[in-house]
Design a protein around this ligand. Sequence first.
Ligand code: PGA
Length: 252
Amino acid sequence: MTKPLIAGNWKMHMTVGEAVACARHLRELFPEPIDREIVIAPPFTALWPVSQALTDSPIGLGAQNVSDEPKGAFTGEVSAGMLADAGCRYVIVGHSERRRLFGEEDAWINRKLIAVLKAGLAPILCVGETLAQREAGDAFPVIEGQINAGLKNLEAGDIARCVVAYEPVWAIGTGRTATPAQAEEAHAFIRSRIRGLFGETQSADLRILYGGSVTPDNIDRLMESIEINGVLVGGASLNIESFSRIIRYSKG
Ligand code: PGA
């Protein structure tokens, strides 16, 4: 089984100096490979300097967004090839903030995901329902639609490089975490969909992360579930002390 993945999404926070200082601090705390994989996703401006600060470190670098185009006259966009060139290994695709605030819809997210794979990087596809959708009993159909559309036209081999993050929109930045049981149920559902689309082996190997108000206080209970193969952490990853406690989770 692949290592659990603990990823920090720094969103639109940190200057270059702050990001490099945090990366150095993290590297000091985790100088050697451990039984879990660590990734940080700073803003675009800090990617290259952070990648330099992480040279020869087991800590991986991720980007928070990407263009679906390889190059050209697309003002303000950054291609997957450029992200690879800047030292990234992962790219978050289809985060709910991008879906909700920037109008990214499933077909576009699918094109981005394919661009990421083509550049040799690993996409972290975010899916998750809103509170209204959950309350209407539509959580699973919504997740299923996002999985089917987001992973469209992928070969079984491609899925081996993908990570899926289940991030219920109502839990992101709200302090309201899904209960371990709710997360486990959604993860098991996602895995069953992956099994249907790509087969048993691929679904068993897929890492499904939970995201949404993960903190040092709830990480241990979340990671107890065998369905939860890591976490995508926003707010609590901005402070290296709390992020390192999350990385050091222990099950129960
Ligand atoms: P949060 O963000 O941990 O601050 O809720 C998670 C995310 O958006 O990935």
